[in-house]
Design a protein around this ligand. Structure first.
Ligand code: AMP
Length: 285
């Protein structure tokens, strides 16, 4: 397994892989790897014969009051985990490599980023799409794999790839959860013991939404109000949003008719956690 730190070397490596006829799979991450990331890598291993992951905590997707400096990092541990799943290259660039002096170009996907995390985290998706577009140009993937855990991000990346005619396939994979249902996240490490207990209210509220839907409930307001009441019973929770949206437009729906997702963001102690459930799909909690 190689670790590549410069853009020039990354592009040369990917170009040589392409010349050899290899299919390149890319898994972009911010590191502090967990089973969710590893599931994407295993899929990348299957879909490509050259597997690249990137580890980069991208400053342009963090707001000024967010956790950029505190974001957990452990490169040695990540290296061992990546080697174990058969990663060929870790692309591990510095901020200077990614955003050199005079940098001034950004990619902005419009409507699907207006709602949900786009409302709570202004500029977040602009940072995400910019860094992903750059990573695609640096690693030249044929296929890239993202988690449905960040549902709006996945929709946004798919939109960008379609709209800008990027010649690669975007694959979304289901959320990997802890044994008790908590969606895996690098930010779970911020949770204190009693907060972790309260954090379970996110996935449990999604289970409640699924049960209501399966019993025939189609009113978004009804489902949201029951989820809100449930989460508010738990200490340390502060709901940012709970919304039900059309999965194509990411606009709020009042009645669930077309494919819809219930998405939520809740601060539990320090971290702001997100989770979601697409109605009609399985939920293994
Ligand atoms: P991050 O390092 O948090 O930026 O995530 C990198 C990639 O891993 C993104 O595509 C995420 O959606 C995905 N991911 C994060 N957590 C999970 C999870 N619990 N299950 C599946 N994918 C995940």
């Amino acid at each position: 397994m190689k670790v590549i730190e410069t853009v020039r070397e990354m592009q040369a490596f990917s170009e040589s892989m392409r010349m050899e006829g290899k299919k390149i799979a890319l898994v972009p991450t911010m590191g502090y790897l967990h089973e969710g990331h590893l599931s994407l890598m295993r899929e990348g291993r299957k879909r490509g014969n050259c597997l690249i992951i990137s580890i980069y905590v991208n400053p342009t997707q963090f707001g000024p009051a967010e956790d950029l400096d505190k974001y957990p990092r452990d490169f040695e541990r990540d290296e061992a985990l990546a080697r174990n799943v058969g990663v060929d290259v870790i692309f591990y660039p510095s901020n200077e490599e990614m955003y050199p002096e005079h940098y001034q170009t950004y990619v902005n996907v419009e409507e699907v980023t207006d709602n949900l995390c786009g409302l709570s985290r202004p500029g977040h998706f602009r940072g995400v799409t910019t860094v992903c577009a750059k990573l695609f140009n640096m690693t030249k993937p044929n296929v890239t794999i993202f988690g449905q855990k960040d549902f709006q991000q996945l929709v946004t990346i798919k939109r960008m790839v379609t709209d800008l005619n990027m010649d690669l396939e975007v694959v979304g994979l289901p959320t990997v959860r802890e044994h008790d249902g908590l969606a895996m996240s690098s930010r779970n490490t911020y949770l204190k013991e009693d907060e972790r207990e309260s954090a379970l209210s996110l996935s449990r509220s999604l289970k409640l939404a699924k049960e209501l839907y399966d019993a025939g409930e189609r009113s978004a307001a009804e489902i949201i109000s029951k989820m809100t009441a449930f989460i508010e019973e738990h200490p340390h929770t502060d709901i940012d949003y709970i919304k039900i949206c059309d999965t194509t437009t990411m606009k709020d729906v009042q009645t669930i008719e077309r494919e819809s997702v219930v998405a939520l963001a809740v601060r539990v102690g320090l971290p702001r956690l997100i989770d979601n459930y697409v109605f009609g799909e399985p939920l293994n909690i």
